[in-house]
Design a protein around this ligand. Structure first.
Ligand SMILES: [Zn+2]
Length: 491
């Protein structure tokens, strides 16, 4: 079956057809507002977009992805003012942090990351606003700001599926927006006020700055043309942000702006909305500081279908770790068999890879089903290997299959987490690239002591030492050759 996605605009699963023979997919995804470090909920959406792009590539499409950086808005201006630094300096640190975190999570870089404050795009925004005014779709109010006249755009509300007449005053209208004709009219150009300090650009309507929505309309159409194949974002972008993008872009071009709107559901933490006040607000470095790798977090954020809310828990992180350990052990076994040249084994056809993984992703990126096929395949091939019924050729075929699906998953090992092997005698052997300096001396001492306590069969002391290690965030596990200690906060 063909590739198909749930389109927020039609509320239906539609076949994906970017127009034959065009295989270039123009994709736009709303990026971060760089006023603080992005949280793991933001990255859930970026990982969904990464998965989407990679699967399209597996299916033969070339994807041109643009992700914008919002580096001017109320929050960035307030942040710069409070920090007492220029806006550019304030936003730069969070821009860098965004790229660092995206790399940690193995997210493919977009082709372009336009910034809203780039004069090229400011010019484009001004040009679009002028066109909207000349068409009667926008007006300058007494407060000098320019607003979109939503009553003049009959399709307004079609994406969010609501009736314009239901839009009522919420009582949260800003004091500087009292001059709007309709409560739903949104700002295209915000007139300068004292709080903006030196953040301002000249325009035909006086000094000011662009509204958030027009930034995306200007940057997407400047870089991808009037019509996009796919536009992504989180569900909270649907209204008013994406609704406004449609009104602005189509108001100017009079062409259908986006063919497929795809939105990623929320991320919850322990069943609750993430909030700094609840103490459940996490960034990528927060998760890494608890002893998890970017690869483990990538898996945890990836494994739930993008339209289903994802509940982030530390148990879930541990499950992610266990799933990846299963994959790693499986790959190691396959590699061992694939390397054996002269061992004769019989392999049944049931143990050959199929296209199930890709076909599951064709179905609106059904990652849970795709991963289901992966783990089923791991169980089956492990069983065959246990029974000595998988030959080198079949093992090589499975490794090729892994390479193929890993283009989408990007879950290959390669980022060892802090882990120490302790031999039964209490001697330490380091694994992976871990260097001794990374393990606190106290932890090394406790681990050695515990190994020796076990050797002396002093189990009471050994349990006490294990608890001490655990209190320091290190877990000691017994293995057949000795022990491993792993940094792992209880969370
Ligand atoms: Zn946007």
């Amino acid at each position: 079956m063909a590739l198909r996605f749930f389109n927020t605009y039609s509320r239906e699963v539609e076949e994906f057809d970017p127009g034959d023979p065009v295989r270039l997919v123009k994709m736009y995804a709303c990026g971060p507002t760089v006023y603080s470090r992005a949280h793991i909920g933001n990255f859930r959406a970026y990982i969904f977009e990464d998965l989407l792009q990679r699967h399209l590539e597996v299916r033969g499409y070339k994807v041109h992805r643009v992700t914008n950086i919002t580096d001017v808005d109320d929050k960035t201006i307030r942040g710069a003012r409070e920090a007492g630094v220029p806006l550019r300096k304030f936003t730069e640190q969070f821009k860098q942090a965004f790229f660092e975190d995206a790399d940690t999570l193995r997210i493919k870089r977009a082709n372009e990351y336009p910034a809203a404050t780039d004069q090229r795009y400011i010019d484009r925004m001004i040009e679009m606003i002028s066109t909207l005014i000349s068409k009667g779709l926008a007006y300058q109010a007494e407060d000098k700001s320019v607003y979109y006249r939503i009553n003049k755009f009959p399709n307004y509300g079609k994406l969010a599926h609501f009736d314009l007449s239901q839009l009522q005053a919420t009582g949260r209208v800003k004091h500087d927006e009292y001059d709007k004709e309709h409560i739903g009219d949104f700002a295209l150009w915000k007139a300068w006020d004292e709080e903006d300090a030196d953040v301002k650009w000249d325009s035909p309507w006086g000094p000011g700055r662009p509204g958030w929505h027009i930034e995306c309309s200007a940057m997407s159409t400047a870089l991808l043309g009037d019509q996009l194949d796919i536009h992504c974002g989180g569900v909270d972008n649907i209204f008013p942000h994406h609704e406004a993008e449609i009104a602005q872009s189509e108001g100017v071009t009079e062409k259908k702006f986006v063919h497929y709107w795809l939105h990623c559901a929320h991320l919850l933490v322990d069943g609750q909305k993430m909030a700094k006040s609840l103490g459940n607000f996490y960034t990528v470095p927060d998760v890494v500081a608890k002893g998890y790798t970017g690869r483990e977090l990538r898996y945890a954020l990836l494994r739930v279908h993008y339209r289903v809310p994802l509940n982030f828990t530390w148990d879930g992180m541990n499950e992610a770790r266990e799933s990846l350990e299963r994959i790693d052990e499986w790959l190691a076994r396959l590699r061992e068999i694939a390397d054996e040249e002269n061992v004769q084994r019989s392999t049944s056809n049931a143990q050959r890879p199929t296209q199930n993984f890709e076909e599951a992703l064709d179905d609106d990126l059904n990652i849970s089903a795709a991963l289901g096929f992966l783990f089923e395949s791991i169980s089956e091939t492990n069983r065959a290997m246990d029974e000595d019924k998988l030959d080198a050729k079949a093992a090589a075929a499975w490794l090729n299959w892994w390479e193929r699906i890993n283009h989408v998953l990007r879950l290959e090992p390669g980022e060892p987490r802090p882990r120490v092997l302790v031999a039964q005698t209490g001697e330490l052997r380091l694994s992976g690239t871990l260097v001794a300096e990374k393990i606190p001396a106290e932890v090394t001492r406790l681990a050695k002591e515990r190994a020796q306590a076990r050797l002396a069969k002093d189990f009471k002391k050994s349990d006490e030492l294990r608890n001490e290690l655990s209190a320091r965030g290190w877990e000691m596990r017994d293995t057949k050759d000795g022990y491993t200690i792993t940094r792992r906060d209880a969370g």
